[in-house]
Design a protein around this ligand. Structure first.
Ligand SMILES: [Zn+2]
Length: 361
């Protein structure tokens, strides 16, 4: 049988030794253990993000207990090879694996299926924290931590994980906004035109907002993508967005100077959502009196948002299904074959989303 022959082979995988910069390599690993889930998946593609680069640089990430090595890759897309009856999956289905698993206690949030809101920090994450990722030629996943992808979306399904992060942020923005009866947002400012920022802008347009995107890139594909969305692009420094008083800000640069500039700039009852992870240690001058005054007198909210639960993957899948596929396809600016996957970790100036091609559909 083809499957059994395949099982005897070793699989190529993307591995790193956590804490050790420059350890990213292509390595042969054993077939994924059954304990990782009943659904066996043939990997098609993996997206690479800043977290992968942080792990590869030795700043982040941890291997499964008792192991030195971590298989990375958390933005997955694959096709089902084997799934048990009643799992909701069948041979040939397109699938994306959910990244986070609830903590073992579990805390009240994880117990309620909101592992993205974990209270004790003991959650685990595929390819990031204490669990091997999806970055091998085959992976296994539990059916309850997998999301079926509409065949119409096809290879663009690799954008589901980053889109889930944005869908979670939007859900929380909406919930915060609705604390007041009169909340009718009109203007959205997104800072940073990477994959998260552009998907945030897309979902802002889907909500009928007047969308503005701020980034450093003066040319290349970013301004065009923003304009093709029907949004306004600003690249002439913070002065270019000084005139805006957005109802919602989605901060996706993690740059301290940008965050400092933004805080307190929303309209009354404004909401600022921080989505980027920055490194500590950079000090900027902050007028906390001005900021406090503005937040209090305007009922403003500044909050952070990370990760996503199953509900957010579903709403991200809906958002991607409604988007222009040609536009979504242009978010993938570079593809690298598995043999040369470490090249995907390099940052090229025109990169938006870099994808590692593992197999043909
Ligand atoms: Zn928890």
């Amino acid at each position: 049988m083809r499957g059994d022959e395949a099982r005897a082979e070793k699989l190529r995988a993307m591995t790193i030794t956590p804490g050790q910069a420059g350890s990213a390599r292509l390595e042969e690993v054993r077939e994924p253990p059954r304990s990782e889930g009943a659904v066996l998946v043939r990997t098609l593609a993996l997206g690479v993000c800043g977290t992968d680069r942080e792990i590869a640089a030795g700043h982040y990430g941890s291997a499964p207990a008792g192991e030195q090595r971590l298989i990375i890759g958390h933005e997955s897309l694959g096709t089902v090879e084997e799934a048990p009856d009643g799992s909701g999956f069948a041979h040939g289905d397109l699938l994306v694996g959910i990244v986070r698993r609830p903590d073992p206690v579990p805390c009240p949030a994880c117990a309620a299926g909101e592992w993205d809101m974990c209270r004790n920090g003991r959650y685990t994450e595929r390819g990031i924290k204490d669990r091997n990722g999806y970055g091998a030629e085959r992976f296994r996943v539990e059916p309850e931590f997998a999301v079926k992808i509409d065949p119409a979306l096809g290879a663009l399904g690799v954008l589901l994980e980053p889109a889930s992060i944005v869908a979670k942020a939007w859900e929380h923005i909406t919930r915060i906004g609705e604390r007041g009866a009169g909340w009718q947002p009109r203007t959205l400012l997104v800072t940073g035109a990477g994959p998260i920022g552009l998907l945030a802008a897309l979902m802002g347009k889907q909500r009928g907002l007047d969308v503005h995107v701020f980034d450093r890139a003066k040319n290349g594909v970013k301004p065009t993508l923003v304009r093709d969305l029907g949004a306004t692009y600003h690249a002439d420094g913070p002065e270019s967005i000084e005139h805006l008083t957005p109802d919602i800000i989605m901060e996706c640069t993690a740059a301290p100077a940008v965050i400092n500039f933004l805080l307190g700039r929303t309209a009354a009852t404004g909401i600022t959502c921080l989505t980027g992870v920055s490194n500590p240690g950079r000090t900027v001058a902050l007028d906390i009196g001005r900021l406090n005054r503005s937040l209090v007198l305007d009922n403003d909210v500044v909050f952070g948002s990370v990760n996503a639960n199953r509900r957010h993957y579903k709403s991200a899948a809906d958002a991607l299904a409604r988007a222009d596929r040609q536009w979504l396809g242009r978010l993938i600016t570079r593809r690298v074959p598995l043999e040369r996957w470490t090249e995907a970790l390099e940052a090229h100036p025109d990169d938006i989303k870099v994808v590692i091609d593992v197999a043909q559909a």
